[in-house]
Design a protein around this ligand. Structure first.
Ligand code: N01
Length: 533
């Protein structure tokens, strides 16, 4: 029986894979990272579309594990752009000498657990096979793109592109007739930028959504100095908060306890500050329907004021879900873009896109739109897409695809029973996409590497989760989700955007603070609910 030739294989060199590599090396283990792109950064490597930027503030969307890193890195804006984030992750890769263990342009195609040898056999797109004692998936929650298959798509004579596959050198859309399909976070960021250059821009909107102004701004020296001075205090706040952001809990527990004038004043204050914090003006916005409705009405009124043509405003306001039931969008000049003469909003809820033609596309009412470029801002197969794109087989050849055929879940979102020694960073059952994801990534990587250290110290070579513990955890995840407004409408959050995918919220909504405390307690109690040998 040959020995595994590597201690740990890590899938992906985004924010999770880079930090996992750094920590695994710190345990004295050998590691190999496979990354399908030719550079680091994950989401911030792939999403190069015009306007791409993070909607979490730069000072919260960064690692906290290195004081030197936080002191030497200088953010330039409140909400960092894709190029700035890509530079950040490249800096991290260089600073911690991570590249020598990363194999780029290499996808993991299959990972098969060899029960006899107690290791994972990992096969890559380059035909190489590696045997590893542990496998860590850092494949990401939003990395498997979703492109609807429209009839006739292959006949189109112009260019078609998914936003997450925007070319590295950019694309000049000057003078083009551009069609954008999709008005989620991505579409809302790309549309204002494309509108500035395109001759004509058609936005094909199926589901209008709430969006809050970003109020982005450059960071001056004074602000940077204060940030650097207060980082440690902020990290403590992050750990206490339910979202992994360095903000305090809203002071007002309910919108309903205030008179109208006070409520409006507070909402105006939050609106003026902008950003995702708006949804936390009152503590019960996500749990109380009436509080949510009052907050949502305020946003509707604001949107209406921004759009000059009443019919267009009406189309943008046909929002069929509570505020926050879909991921809240943060925008820059989005609604104002519809006041431009070269921009047309097309309602494809009433008249779906029927066919892509050689010249453009046609909707169900028979209208044709002539286009040079079709941009698919149509999102991702979230949470599980990247994991299931690989052929992962656990004990007895059980396929992860089959295990999750009726819904995904893993104990603490970390280990799926029957798949020993496979850790999933931000896997289903953890807060993942319902948090400041870089905070959740660090928390998971720290927990996983502490667990590996424990196993090494105690001569343990296998960890699996107990099926009963896993089932009970998944039950709790669903129970908490049932009490929230989150996911009370179809979207990628519920898997509804992918044909055949079981519907339901798979991420933990009980708060990152509660979740981290549970993970720590379980570890302290000898990894209760896990089976180690
Ligand atoms: O994807 P989405 P996204 N015909 O799934 C439409 C993160 N993110 O890439 O809603 C017509 O939200 C679809 O319509 P509908 C963030 O977590 C973060 O925008 O299904 N339309 C929808 O409008 C975000 O939530 C940042 O009716 C079709 C759109 O495509 C997540 O990524 C930036 C269609 C898809 O929206 C995903 O956002 C960007 C069809 N056949 C993304 N199929 C920041 O940090 C799909 N659509 C700022």
């Amino acid at each position: 029986m040959t020995e595994p030739n590597c201690d740990v294989v890590i899938i992906g060199a985004g924010a999770a894979g880079l930090y996992a590599l750094h920590r695994v090396r710190g345990l004295g283990l050998s590691a190999k990272v496979f990354e399908k792109g030719d550079g680091v950064g994950g989401t911030w490597y792939w999403n190069r579309y015009p306007g791409a930027r993070c909607d979490v503030e730069s000072w919260d969307y960064c690692y906290t594990f290195s004081e030197e890193l936080e002191q030497e890195w200088e953010w330039t804006e409140r909400f960092p752009t894709q190029p700035e984030l890509e530079r950040y992750f490249n800096h991290v890769a260089d600073r911690f000498d991570l590249r020598r263990d990363i194999e780029f342009d290499t996808r993991v195609e299959q990972a098969r657990f060899d029960d006899d040898r107690n290791c994972w056999i990992v096969r890559t797109s380059k035909g190489a096979t590696v045997a590893a004692r542990f496998l860590i998936s850092a494949a990401g929650c939003l990395s498997e793109v979703s492109t609807p298959r429209f009839k006739g798509a292959n006949t189109f004579e112009g260019q078609q592109i998914h936003t997450a596959r925007w070319p590295k050198g950019g694309m000049d859309v000057t003078g083009m007739r551009v069609g954008v399909i999709g008005t989620g976070s991505t579409g809302v960021q790309a549309i204002p930028q494309l509108a500035k250059l395109a001759a004509q821009l058609f936005v094909f909107q199926r589901t209008p959504q709430f969006a809050i102004p970003a109020r982005n701004r450059p960071l001056d020296d004074d602000t940077l100095e204060k940030l650097k001075h207060n980082y440690r205090e902020r990290w403590a706040l992050k750990r206490e908060s339910p979202t992994g952001m360095g903000r305090r809990r809203p002071k007002v527990s309910s919108a309903l306890e205030l008179d109208e004038a006070t409520r409006t004043r507070l909402l105006e204050n939050s609106w003026a500050l902008g950003g995702p914090g708006f949804a936390r003006t009152f503590d019960d916005v996500m749990t109380d329907a009436e509080s949510n409705q009052l907050t949502a009405q305020f946003v509707r009124d604001k949107i209406k004021d921004k759009v000059e043509v009443p019919d267009v405003a009406e189309s943008l306001l046909e929002i069929d879900h509570p505020l926050g039931a879909r991921r809240l969008i943060v925008e820059i000049d989005y609604f104002e873009t519809y006041n431009r003469p070269n921009v047309t909003l097309v309602d494809v809820a009433a008249n779906p896109i029927e066919e892509i033609t050689p010249q453009g596309l046609r909707t169900a009412d028979g209208f044709s739109y002539d286009l040079d470029l079709i941009v698919y801002a149509t999102g991702f197969d979230g949470m599980t897409g990247a994991l299931l794109a690989m052929d992962i087989q656990g004990i007895g050849g059980l396929a992860l695809r089959d295990k999750w055929a009726n819904g995904a879940g893993a104990y603490l979102g970390l280990v799926a029973s029957g798949f020993p020694n496979l850790f999933m960073i931000t896997g289903p059952g953890s807060p993942a996409v319902y948090s400041n994801v870089i905070f959740s990534i660090e928390q998971h990587v720290d927990w996983i590497t502490d667990c590996l250290a424990h196993m090494l110290d105690h001569d343990l070579d296998r960890i699996d989760s107990d099926p009963e513990a896993e089932a009970e955890w998944t039950r709790q995840v669903h129970e908490i989700a049932a009490q929230s407004i989150v996911g009370k409408t179809d979207s990628w959050w519920t898997g509804a955007n992918i044909d055949g995918k079981p519907k339901g919220v798979t991420f933990y909504l009980g708060g990152t603070n509660t979740y981290a405390a549970i993970c720590d307690q379980i570890a302290a109690q000898g990894y209760e609910g896990f089976v180690m040998r």
